[in-house]
Design a protein. Structure first.
Length: 242
């Protein structure tokens, strides 16, 4: 099966060159030198934009995202940055907006961020060392302490939705795997979720979204599924799956 191009996720078809040039103008980031589409990712289309004013990443939102969903995403990033979470800085347009909508490209919307030199752990192909793990946990705690309650966003991968997702996919699972999954699910359902304290969590601390910068810092990316969930101990914890 042919792999889909990330551009196919957009409500737009055609050459990205004029779109990227309009982005450069809207954010006043200099004259375009080159750009390249990042092949990884599952939802949006991320583009590295290189100009004579620096290097940036344009996150062009998928056609499945609503205006409300985009606003939610941007607000969460702004809250995270305010809380001291290491995340690429958002660039604002002349009108002081983080989101730019290109009406000449079927109304696609995007945000622009500073490009961080480095690699996610999936590309480093290793687990974090002790010092890196400490920095990751520090970032998780900063996220957990954010006093913000975003609107609910259903995520089929989220553990609380295991029952709904399992009902949809169980016919594709081998009998032995299904038996183990149902045992794990049964244990999860015993947890008194509503009675536990809750906090803000990222929800997707994976090798793809935890980034080691060349500056030595750990950056947290992709806040798409960030939400308020229960914390399992008296100290705020995040789901880390490095």
């Amino acid at each position: 099966m042919q792999k889909k191009n990330p551009v196919d996720r957009l409500n737009y078809s055609g050459n990205l060159d004029p779109v990227i040039r309009r982005i450069c103008d809207a954010y006043k980031i200099g004259k375009l030198i080159s750009f390249s589409v990042i092949e990884s990712g599952y939802e949006d289309c991320n583009v590295i934009v290189n100009t004579d004013g620096g290097k940036f990443v344009a996150k062009i939102f998928s056609k499945i995202r609503s205006k409300e969903n985009i606003a939610r995403y941007v607000t969460i990033i702004e809250k995270a940055i305010e809380a001291g979470v290491c995340h690429p800085l958002l660039i604002k347009t002349d009108s002081d907006n983080a989101v730019y909508t290109d009406n000449e490209a079927n109304g696609i919307s995007l945000i622009l961020m500073k490009f961080i030199e480095g690699k996610p752990f999936i590309e480093l192909n290793r687990i974090p060392d002790a010092d890196e793990l400490k920095m990751i946990i520090e970032q998780a705690v900063r996220i957990n302490r954010i006093d913000y309650h975003p609107s609910y966003l259903f995520d089929s991968w989220a553990i609380p939705n295991i029952k709904t997702t399992l009902e949809k996919v169980e016919k594709f699972i081998s009998p032995e795997d299904l038996r183990l999954i149902k045992l794990a699910a049964a244990e999860y359902f015993k947890i008194p979720i509503d009675k536990l304290p809750h906090c803000f969590v990222h929800g997707d601390f994976t090798k793809t979204n935890v980034f080691k910068g060349n500056d030595g810092k750990i950056y947290i990316l992709d806040f798409s599924v960030l939400r308020t969930l229960c914390k399992m101990t008296s100290a705020c914890e995040d789901k880390i799956t490095i």
